[in-house]
Design a protein around this ligand. Structure first.
Ligand code: NAD
Ligand code: MG
Length: 396
C-alpha cells in the first residue's frame, strides 16, 4: 500500500488524481490533501477519502476546515501555511507526492519532497522552469524519483527506451539513438483567429480550451502558447537536452501527446484521449501499468490528424520562452515570474490579452542575463521581476 500526498488537491490535476486513486483502493492510501483556500471543496474531499492530514495555505481557512472536520467526526489533522504544505510534502510516511500546486507557490513544497527522496509526480511545471538546474541536481543528490505528469513529458517519457527511463534524467539522448523530441501542442483556442482581433480576446474566450479542461492559469498559458514555452524549458531539464533537441509541433486534435524521433528514422508517439487521468495513472503505477477512468481511444471515431509549425506573430510567448531557455536559468526564472503577474492581471480584467506578451518581453529583456543558481538568488530574482512587471502593468 503506497501512501500518497496530493499537493493542490482541489485543482484540476488534484481532482483527476483522486479520481484515479479511487479506482485502486487496494494499491494506494491518501496520506494528505492540500489546497490554498476553498474550504468547501477540501472538506468534501476529506470526507470522501479520509486522509490522515490536510493543509491549507490560508490560516483562517485551515481553522474553519479543522472545525468542520471535527464536527463531522473525522480525525484528519489540519496544518496551515507554507510550513504546513512543506511538512506534508516531506512527511516520513509519504511514498508518492503529487506536485499539483499551480505556479511558483509550488516550488518549496515540491523541493521539500525531492529533498526527502520521494517519488515526485511533477505537474507543477513552473517549479522546474524557475529552478531547473538546482531542481535536477537535488533529484540526483537525494535519490528522488521524478515522473512527469504534464501529458507531453509523460508521453516523451513513455517513448524512451527503458534504460533511459531508469537513468534518472542524467543520460544523454544521442547515446540512445535519439535525434530529437517532438513536443506537440494544440495551438489553443486562437489557432485560426484573425491576428487583428487579438486585443479583443475576452477572459471567457481565453480559458475555453478546445480539448482540455484545466485550471485558469494554464488555460490562458495554452491560449498564448506560453504553456508550450514552459513545457519546452521543462523538457530541456527533464530529458537532459538542449533547446536544439526540441521541436514544437502544432497538432490541434490533441491525440498524439508528443513524440520521440530516433536517428534511424523511427518516430515513437504516445496517443490517448486528452484526459490527464492517463498520465496520472501511468506515473502512479510506474513501472507497472494499471487502469484509469479515461476512455480508450476509438480509432474509427477519431478526427484526421494535422500538423503545422507555430507562427511567431501568433505566439510571441512561445518564442520568448525558447529564447529564455537558451539564455539560462535567470532568464527562465524571470520569464515565469513576469508571466504569472501578467496572466493574473489579464484574469482580473486589468489588461488586454495582447499585453501579456508585452510585459513578458520587457521583463525578459531586463533580466535576460541575470545569473541565479542558488535558491535564495532565484527567489530574489522572482520577487524583483514580479515588482518590475507590476510597475509595467501600472504604466500600460
Ligand atoms: P488549478 O488552478 O486547477 O489548481 C491549483 C491547485 O493549487 C489548487 O488546489 C489550489 O488550491 C492550489 N494552490 C493555488 N495557489 C496556491 C498557493 N499559493 N499555495 C498552495 N496551494 C495553492 O491548477 P491545475 O490546472 O490543476 O494545474 C496545477 C499544475 O499542474 C500547474 O502547474 C499546471 O501547469 C500543471 N498542469 C496542469 C494540467 C491540467 O490539465 N490541468 C496539465 C499539465 C500540467
Ligand atoms: Mg502539457
Amino acid at each position: 500500500m503506497k501512501q500518497v500526498v496530493v499537493l493542490g488537491a482541489t485543482g484540476s490535476i488534484g481532482c483527476s488524481t483522486l479520481s484515479v486513486l479511487a479506482e485502486h483502493p487496494e494499491k494506494f492510501a491518501v496520506l494528505a490533501l492540500t489546497a490554498a483556500t476553498g474550504v468547501d471543496k477540501l472538506f468534501a474531499q476529506c470526507v470522501q477519502v479520509k486522509p490522515r492530514f490536510a493543509a491549507m495555505l490560508d490560516a483562517s481557512a485551515a481553522l474553519q476546515l479543522a472545525h468542520r472536520l471535527k464536527s463531522a467526526g473525522l480525525a484528519t489533522e489540519v496544518l496551515s501555511g507554507t510550513e504546513g504544505l512543506i511538512a506534508l510534502a516531506a512527511h516520513p510516511d509519504a511514498d508518492i507526492v503529487m506536485a499539483a500546486i499551480v505556479g511558483a507557490a509550488g516550488l518549496l513544497p515540491t523541493l521539500a519532497a525531492v529533498e526527502q527522496g520521494k517519488t515526485v509526480l511533477l505537474a507543477n511545471k513552473e517549479a522546474l522552469v524557475m529552478t531547473g538546474e538546482l531542481f535536477m541536481h537535488k533529484v540526483a543528490q537525494h535519490g528522488a524519483t521524478l515522473l512527469p505528469i504534464d501529458s507531453e513529458h509523460n508521453a516523451i517519457f513513455q517513448c524512451l527506451p527503458l534504460p533511459l527511463q531508469q537513468a534518472g534524467h542524467r543520460a544523454s539522448l544521442p547515446d540512445f539513438g535519439i535525434a530529437r523530441l517532438l513536443l506537440t501542442g494544440s495551438g489553443g483556442p486562437f489557432l485560426t483567429r484573425p491576428l487583428n482581433t487579438f486585443a479583443d480576446i475576452t477572459i471567457a474566450e481565453a480559458v475555453a480550451h478546445p480539448n482540455w479542461s484545466m485550471g485558469h492559469k494554464i488555460s490562458v498559458d495554452s491560449a498564448t502558447m506560453m504553456n508550450k514555452g514552459l513545457e519546452f524549458i521543462e523538457a530541456r531539464w527533464l530529458f537532459n537536452c538542449t533547446a536544439a533537441d526540441i521541436q514544437v509541433v502544432i497538432h490541434p486534435q490533441s491525440i498524439i501527446h508528443s513524440m520521440v524521433q530516433y536517428t534511424d528514422g523511427s518516430v515513437l508517439a504516445q496517443l490517448g484521449q486528452p484526459d490527464m487521468r492517463t498520465p496520472i495513472a501511468h506515473a502512479l503505477a510506474f513501472p507497472e501499468r494499471m487502469s484509469s477512468p479515461a476512455k480508450p481511444l476509438d480509432f474509427f471515431a477519431l478526427p484526421s490528424f494535422t500538423f503545422s509549425a507555430p507562427e511567431p506573430a501568433r505566439y510571441p510567448n512561445l518564442y520568448l520562452a525558447i529564447a529564455a531557455c537558451a539564455a539560462g536559468q535567470g532568464a527562465t526564472t524571470a520569464l515565469n515570474a513576469a508571466n504569472e503577474v501578467a496572466v493574473a492581471a489579464f484574469l482580473a480584467g486589468n489588461i488586454p490579452f495582447t499585453a501579456i506578451s508585452l510585459v513578458n518581453e520587457r521583463c525578459l529583456d531586463r533580466f535576460v542575463s541575470y545569473q541565479a543558481s542558488a535558491l535564495d538568488d532565484i527567489l530574489a530574482l522572482d520577487t524583483e521581476t514580479r515588482a518590475y512587471a507590476r510597475q509595467l502593468l501600472g504604466a500600460l
